[in-house]
Design a protein around this ligand. Structure first.
Ligand code: GLU
Length: 363
């Protein structure tokens, strides 16, 4: 596969356009025209939301009495039917991949989905991806398709991930209420300052939207993928970006070192809410790709058992790494509570808590 791979994510807001009620056929037709045009140069993967919204469009009033899974089960048909017709008109062979969160926690499944993407792209088949909402438990899935888009980008070995949203990109504040809001063309470091800007404007322009895109951008750039957030309601934007023009906000990929397959899977497989908070010494050791030892742990939050995924946080509350833990949370908490001096902790928990082979650092 020598063409660059690009994952494009379109959210329900962009699909519904200004009306917010029905699919905006202009926007969608334009998107498919662009995909048709750019497929000559790139392999393109589309992550499309809209199943729940389509369920509402099909079922009208009845929709108010139904849950998201039921709406998505109805709406996914409508959504994919629309894409199918548009693809056939353009001589594109489409395919549908519905991913469930838990599939990715099993390494064999992860490898299998990766293989499916490779096969499809190798045969010039156009993958259209969504979450398998009909079977996902409420609260147990990806949450929103921003995270799913990162997964799809990693699974398809994409070089770039483009979010089509209803905003021009990232601002220092909500541009609709703050005249001093500055537009950010490029963000190299998704740190607390940037994240705080989005949380501060949460009620209007955030509502999870930009915040979840920042989280996703952090994961994707760590995995070596360039991320762009552009306004999908301006139909000329995608082509301009792909032609090399500056459009929206760009989050350049971090470093050149590519993560091993296992470390990428670690990034994707993590579904745990378990948290291990580490001190500055342990943070430094992790950066130098060392294992996490019990003496560097300040606190343990949530329940987990040996071999579960855990989030590793620094004392400022930033997630710095993901890993597979070798002790149960109860054993760790108990040991930390009872033994305050480092020597006795070391004696009680002699093995690595998370081995360096099982850690992916978030940069
Ligand atoms: N998978 C959901 C859908 O297709 C995503 C909804 C969202 O982006 O919030 O409707």
């Amino acid at each position: 596969m020598n063409k660059e791979v690009i994952t494009i994510k379109i959210g329900s807001n962009a699909l519904l356009g200004e009306s917010g009620k029905n699919f905006d056929t202009d926007i969608i037709t334009h998107l498919l025209d662009d995909i048709y045009k750019w497929r000559k140069q790139y392999h393109i993967v589309l992550v499309s939301s809209g199943a729940v919204a389509a369920g509402r469009i099909v079922l009208q009033k009845t929709a108010d009495t139904l849950d998201r899974s039921t709406l998505a089960a109805v709406g996914q048909m409508h959504l994919i039917d629309m894409y199918y017709r548009l693809c056939v008109e353009r001589d594109i062979v489409p395919s549908q991949i519905l991913i469930s969160r838990e599939h990715l926690t099993v390494r064999e499944n992860y490898a299998h989905i990766r293989h499916t993407f490779q096969e499809l792209l190798h045969h010039d088949i156009f993958p259209i991806v969504n979450e398998n909402d009909a079977v996902a438990l409420q609260g147990g899935g990806f949450g929103d398709n921003d995270a799913l888009a990162v997964y799809a980008a990693i699974l398809s070995r994409s070089d770039r991930l483009i979010f089509l949203t209803n905003l021009d990109g990232l601002y220092t504040a909500d541009p609709r209420v703050d005249a001093n809001a500055e537009f950010l063309e490029r963000v190299d470091n998704i740190d607390q300052e940037i994240t705080a800007m989005c949380s501060a404007s949460r009620s209007s322009f955030g509502t999870g939207g930009m915040l979840s895109k920042l989280r996703s951008a952090k994961m994707a750039t760590t995995a070596g993928i360039d991320v762009h957030i552009i306004n999908g309601l301006k139909t000329e934007n995608l082509s301009q970006l792909l032609s090399g023009e500056k459009v929206g906000t760009w989050f350049p990929r971090i470093g050149e070192d590519s993560l091993s397959d296992k470390k990428l899977w670690l990034l994707l497989g993590s579904t745990s809410n378990g948290q291990i908070i580490v001190d500055d010494g342990a943070k430094e050791a992790l950066k130098q790709r060392k294992s996490l030892l019990a003496v560097g742990i300040k606190k343990v939050r949530g329940k987990f058992v040996q071999k579960d995924f855990v989030n590793i946080l620094d004392m400022q509350g930033d997630t710095i790494a993901l890993g597979i833990v070798d002790y149960d949370s109860e054993i760790l908490s108990e040991a930390l509570k009872q033994k305050k001096d480092k020597e006795s902790i070391r004696r009680r928990l002699p093995r690595e808590v998370v081995h360096s082979d099982n850690i992916t650092l978030l940069k």
